[in-house]
Design a protein around this ligand. Structure first.
Ligand SMILES: [Fe+2]
Length: 235
């Protein structure tokens, strides 16, 4: 039997507005007219369904999934957490994708012309499915800060982009994870575009010594709540 889902509108006390002038790109790309709701068809309300077979074993290990000649340069980290609903119930089998700059603060993308080295052994992208407890895990390299031209001397705090898919493509949530103690956070218009301080703080991962692996990598915890009063802000 086809399972239909319903969609709630975003809570604007938590999520950043489409238009936030200190974040310059929003001035051009934010809608200038009221949004028109479109009726959703059956194909949008059902599938696709992701299976374990589509995920490669190294897809969640960015320290290995682009290796050509050597290990990627930089500080290895482990990022893990739980995907939760509004009642704190884990969401299993959800596709989580990440992308990020390398340790020097550069993306492997032709549009990124920041004068910092590329790392031929790191492409900065990964994906995984949450397990039966809603847990995901990535091994990666701690990303560097990078300049982004939004205003004079503008630097993005170190961050990892996250995308979470629900049961179909209409249920896609995109956000960014930050690192605790980053001095660039108070200066960042994207982070500060989130109106609520507590909501903003939910985007900062927590250092967790129980996740840290001896002689190998530091561990950070980043839980994602997809809806409800403690929901993670999405962009
Ligand atoms: Fe970024």
């Amino acid at each position: 039997m086809t399972k239909l889902v319903t969609y709630n509108s975003l809570d604007w006390s938590v999520h950043p507005p489409y238009l936030h002038p200190p974040y310059k790109s929003t001035v051009k790309r934010s809608p200038s007219r009221h949004l028109v709701p479109l009726a959703q068809s059956l194909s949008e309300l059902t599938g696709p369904v992701y299976g374990q077979g589509e995920i490669h074993p190294l897809d969640n290990d960015l320290t290995k999934n682009a290796v050509k000649t050597a290990e990627p340069i930089g500080e290895r980290i482990i990022v893990t957490g739980q995907l939760l609903d509004d009642r704190g119930k884990p969401i299993p089998n959800a596709l989580i994708e990440v992308w990020q700059a390398n340790s020097c603060g550069r993306y492997m993308h032709k549009v990124d012309q920041h004068d910092a080295p590329l790392d031929p052994n790191f492409h900065g992208a990964g994906r995984t499915l949450t397990d039966q407890n809603g847990v995901y895990r990535f091994n990666t390299i701690r990303p560097g800060a990078y300049p982004w031209g939004n205003h004079s001397n503008a630097w993005r705090p170190a961050h990892i982009h996250f995308s979470v898919f629900g049961v179909n493509f209409l249920q896609r949530l995109v956000t960014q994870m930050y690192f605790p103690g980053d001095p660039l956070l108070p200066l960042d218009p994207i982070y500060n575009g989130i109106p609520d301080e507590d909501a903003r703080k939910q985007l900062i991962s927590v250092y967790d010594h129980n996740i840290t692996q001896p002689e190998w990598a530091l561990g950070f915890r980043f839980n994602i709540v997809v809806c409800g009063p403690r929901q993670t802000p999405f962009e």
